[in-house]
Write a new protein. Structure first.
Length: 451
């Protein structure tokens, strides 16, 4: 098997061709420094003897794995490797040092305050008992990677904030200054999005995925000692743990369901995409688009129209597959026609038969990830004013409406423009009123089907 950089290693004949390109590029970037540029799509096509769509699928997969990142108009670059840490009862300082990484911290805020009901319960205290709230920004090799908010019983640990300072290890202080050794902890991990203050501290953009760890630690006597919540940058950190199967679990005979797949669309997906489009329109727009318009949607005409959009170089189309491999949703995105500095979501549709499975959000998140690059590119879209369900989805992803609106004479339903602004140097999306003769073939993001 040949794994030399620049060559596609042998793959099973039944495997998609882009996986061979993906593996070859993965071998290549492992020997490249962070931030190094990759060859252009054209050069990769020539090197591997494949089509541009195959190269784009491979790059999209690598970007999804956060091994590369792309900047509009600049190229594709090697991403920094994630810091991997095992889930153990260790402080941030101990964990970083164990991995050969230089840890440091910056004290952001220290205050004494009455414990809320939740915090009091976590620390085994009566409500309104005074607690210390210590907030620190955590660094790994001088890069900000986490915000930590620590709660301690103020009377029990009086003076610890001064001893802790910017870079002290809490667990070492508990042992050396208070004679306390931690024995166990309960920890939960959940995904959240960075709010503006958090994004500024962590050097990312609002909406960037973060990992929130909540830990309640007990000492050797079983007494609650600390409750801490930490927000880690999802693009820089991953956690690892070992799992053992419980002895009292009986194996199920039911097969494990296949995961839902989001991938780049191919030309042969177009008929299925057209079916999703027609089904979504007829089911989702029946309350505000004339019935004759919905009835006139033709499979062959829609397939021909969408075929040109799917294969266009100026936009990208992605599809959602059911566990059985059927296309049940799609989204198309690219530069905004009105201002190429902005990204634009041209369409997002999910078949009614696949509604309620979260596919719309998966498609939206993937589109925003590719449009925003490092998170600093604003994104726009159009949506029917009466489609409140779609607007709720967009608002949950950080979109808000502005005063722009339009009405296409063929449909008679008003659309509004929504935008999602990151930490960009660009101004807010302009309040334009689109011409009423703009057709669906120029902008197919009239709205989103019920999800």
């Amino acid at each position: 098997m040949n794994t030399k950089p620049g060559l596609i290693r042998d793959t099973d004949a039944s495997s998609p061709k882009y996986l061979g390109v993906h593996d070859a590029l993965l071998t290549l970037i492992k020997g490249m420094p962070n931030g190094a540029g990759l060859p252009t799509e054209r050069e990769l096509c020539e090197t591997y003897g494949v089509s541009r769509s195959t190269v784009r699928q491979a790059l999209a997969q690598l970007e999804h794995e956060q091994r590369i990142f792309r900047r509009q108009g600049k190229g594709t670059f090697v991403a920094r490797a994630k810091i991997e840490q095992r889930l153990e009862l260790m402080s941030h300082t101990e964990g970083m040092r164990a991995r050969g990484i230089f840890p440091s911290s910056k004290l952001i805020d220290v205050r004494r305050l009455p414990a809320s009901i939740d915090i009091a319960a976590k620390l085994g205290l009566a409500a309104d008992t005074e607690v210390l709230r210590i907030e620190r920004l955590r660094f790994a090799d001088e890069d900000p990677i986490a915000i930590e908010v620590l709660f301690l019983h103020a009377l029990r640990f009086d003076g610890i904030a001064a001893a802790l300072g910017d870079s002290g290890s809490l667990y070492q202080l508990l042992s050396s200054n208070y004679g306390i050794e931690l024995a166990s902890a309960e920890e939960t991990i959940e995904a959240v999005s960075a709010e503006r203050r958090e994004a500024e501290l962590l050097g990312c953009s609002p909406g960037t995925p973060l990992l929130m760890l909540s830990r309640r630690s007990l000492d050797t006597r079983g007494q609650p000692t600390e409750f801490v919540q930490s927000l880690y940058r999802g693009d820089r950190f991953r956690f690892q743990t070992g799992l053992e199967r419980p002895r009292n679990v009986v194996s199920s005979l039911e097969p494990t369901p296949k995961e839902r797949t989001i991938r780049v669309a191919q030309a042969n997906d177009t008929p299925a995409i057209a079916t999703v489009f027609i089904e979504a329109w007829r089911d989702g727009y029946k309350d505000f688009v004339d019935e004759s318009v919905l009835a006139s949607l033709d499979q062959e005409e829609t397939t021909n129209w969408l075929g040109g959009l799917v294969t266009a170089d100026v936009t990208t189309t992605i599809v959602a597959e059911s566990p059985e491999g059927d296309v049940v949703g799609f989204a198309r995105f690219g530069d905004d026609h009105d201002d190429p500095r902005y990204g634009h979501l041209y369409s997002l549709y999910v078949a009614p038969r696949a509604s309620g499975q979260g596919l719309g959000r998966l498609l939206l998140d993937r589109a925003l990830s590719e449009l925003s690059g490092l998170g600093d590119r604003p994104v726009t879209l159009w949506v029917f004013k009466e489609n409140e369900r779609a607007q709720r989805l967009y608002r949950s992803a950080g979109f808000s409406p502005n005063s722009a609106h339009r009405v296409d004479e063929r449909y008679g339903a008003e659309e509004i423009r929504m935008h999602r602004v990151g930490s960009s140097i660009f101004e807010t999306t302009p309040n334009i009123v689109a011409p009423t003769n703009e057709t669906v073939t120029e902008n197919d993001s009239l709205s989103v089907s019920p999800l």
